[in-house]
Design a protein around this ligand. Structure first.
Ligand code: CU
Length: 315
């Protein structure tokens, strides 16, 4: 019995020693991490990384949804419609091979499938509940475009035929250009500042007008990144866009997408799929996306093929 007690004591002692070693090791790691966080690298070095595990996990939970081929129809505004007043009702019809895909915001997480809705070339707004109205309010007079495409909870767009739709419409009368264009739920669609167009597009934007965009010509629609990224959502950050009438080089075409972050050297995207960039430092950053032809020259289409956005990263 005594012998048993001694060996138990020895076992306990060994366990304690092992634990102590482990916790010292942990402490070492924690210290290293803390030092890195306190002293960020002076310059930001962005690296393309693989699709994050958090997204892979979500894809698994979603079953077949990511193989869906959702298609949209813009019921309102009608193609080339003239709308009197400042309110434009957006009505969409979702169809296609949905495999369970349905826009809806989960009240608990605040996330879910949604449609990206873009007025002119402004940052998109999310449309979650297709059964509820989505209105653009205080739309200024003139010609406008509306672009829509289905998106996943992590804002990656569906890229199948028929997913993307665009209409041009004209507003007569229109709203007050000194005030922002919003949705019926108060989200800003365009800021309509009357001051000269700023070099950087955030939510600080001139009165929103359509460019002279040709729906039959190559068109790059900027989607992500936008807005604010916090904590784990800030590393990595996804670049995602919609391409119409243009095939990239690695997809058998001749076009390329060039992206520039802050004042970094430009980099190319040759395949139409999202990329994830890791290594962002805290603060404001600009992201510019451009569509280039086979001679690496920007493709002009109503000014929409070169788009800059300001985002903010909080780590
Ligand atoms: Cu989104």
């Amino acid at each position: 019995m005594k012998r048993y007690k001694i060996s138990l004591l020895l076992f306990a002692l060994t366990a304690c020693l092992l634990l102590a070693t482990c916790s010292t090791d942990n402490q070492g790691t924690t210290n290293t991490t803390a030092t890195t966080t306190v002293t960020p690298p002076a310059t930001q070095v962005l690296k393309v990384v693989t699709r994050p595990q958090s997204v892979l996990d979500l894809m698994k939970q979603r079953g077949e949804q990511d193989q869906a081929k959702p298609t949209l129809t813009i019921i309102s505004p009608g193609k080339d419609a003239t709308i009197n007043g400042a309110t434009v009702e957006v009505k969409l019809n979702l169809a296609g091979d949905l495999k369970g895909y349905m826009p809806h915001k989960d009240p608990a997480s605040g996330k879910g499938n949604h449609i990206h809705v873009i007025l002119d070339n402004q940052p998109y707004e999310a449309y979650y509940e297709l059964g509820q109205p989505f209105e653009l309010r205080n739309v200024v007079a003139g010609k406008h475009t509306l672009r829509v495409f289905p998106s996943r909870p992590w804002h990656e767009s569906y890229k199948n035929d028929g997913a993307f739709q665009m209409v041009t419409f004209t507003v007569k009368g229109g709203g007050d250009a000194a005030k922002p264009t919003t949705t019926n739920t108060g989200q800003t669609m365009a800021n309509n500042n009357t001051s000269p167009a700023p070099a950087r597009e955030g939510k600080d934007m001139p009165a929103s007008k359509a460019g002279d965009v040709d729906p039959a010509k190559p068109l790059l629609t900027y989607s992500r990144p936008k807005g604010e990224y916090k904590g784990p959502d800030a590393d990595p950050i996804m670049i995602d866009f919609w391409l119409s009438n243009a095939k990239l080089k690695a997809d058998g075409g001749e076009y390329q997408v060039r992206y520039v972050v802050d004042d970094d050297d430009p980099r190319m995207i040759d395949k139409w799929e999202p990329i994830w960039l890791s290594g962002w430092t805290s603060g404001k950053h600009t992201v510019r996306l451009e569509l280039l032809d086979k001679d690496a020259k920007p493709v002009e289409n109503g000014g929409y093929n070169t788009t800059s956005r300001e985002i903010s990263v909080v780590k």
